[in-house]
Write a protein that binds this ligand. Sequence first.
Ligand code: HEC
Length: 220
Amino acid sequence: MDSYEWNKIIGWVLAAAIAVLGLSILTGFVYSPGHSETKGYIVEGVEVEADAGGAGAEAAQPIAAFLATANPAKGEAQFKKCAACHTITKGGATGQGPNLYGILGAKVAHIASFAYSDAVKGHGGNWGWDELSHWIESPRKYIPGNKMSFAGISKPQDRADLLAYLNSQSDSPLPLPAVPAVAEAPAAEAPADAAASDAAPAAGEQAAAPAEAPAEAATH
Ligand code: HEC
């Protein structure tokens, strides 16, 4: 075989390898095999916005985990944010919002004489730990169209403290919810990071593996 032939073969092998590599990168990008949609937006080398990551980790962590260490005394201090509109004493007056004595476990729109918005009145169900936690986190998101002008409390531990306090102001406090067997909040962020960095080597392997086989085939 002369050098021209060799050049041709090497040229074909290179071209095939590049084509396969390009194709596998392209398909890997489009199909992202084996990765769930939650990782879809994680771009290699780009930090997910701190706020979004934190919220995700917290959302993954049920409020029960924070209730286990909740402090009702701190919750009483949190309640100052609510006191402008709500009383919490038994039989307390209606303010801009309804009295909240015994709210844990009560029906949504639990005071018959209060002029609730249609959104809250029509919501149904009871104020369990999770429901009340979501409501306090973001009333606007939890029951769109409600008329409680309160932005929300984003820190789960603050909400848990407040919930513990609300629960203490009741004839029949609810038992604390069982704590699910999950790692603590900081650990919850770790798998997300690990998953992001996992994705990169996986994509690299994919790109490398198929490139070899057709390159071999081209030499036959
Ligand atoms: C600016 C006034 C205001 C503040 C501050 C406020 N609320 Fe309200 N709250 C309302 C109003 C008004 C409603 C009735 C909402 C509706 O009908 O759409 C309401 C409704 C509620 C309900 C539903 C009661 C029921 O009977 O179903 C709960 C629970 C509640 N608030 C808890 C809180 C807590 C806890 C805080 C503090 C973290 C708070 N609110 C802060 C005005 C307020």
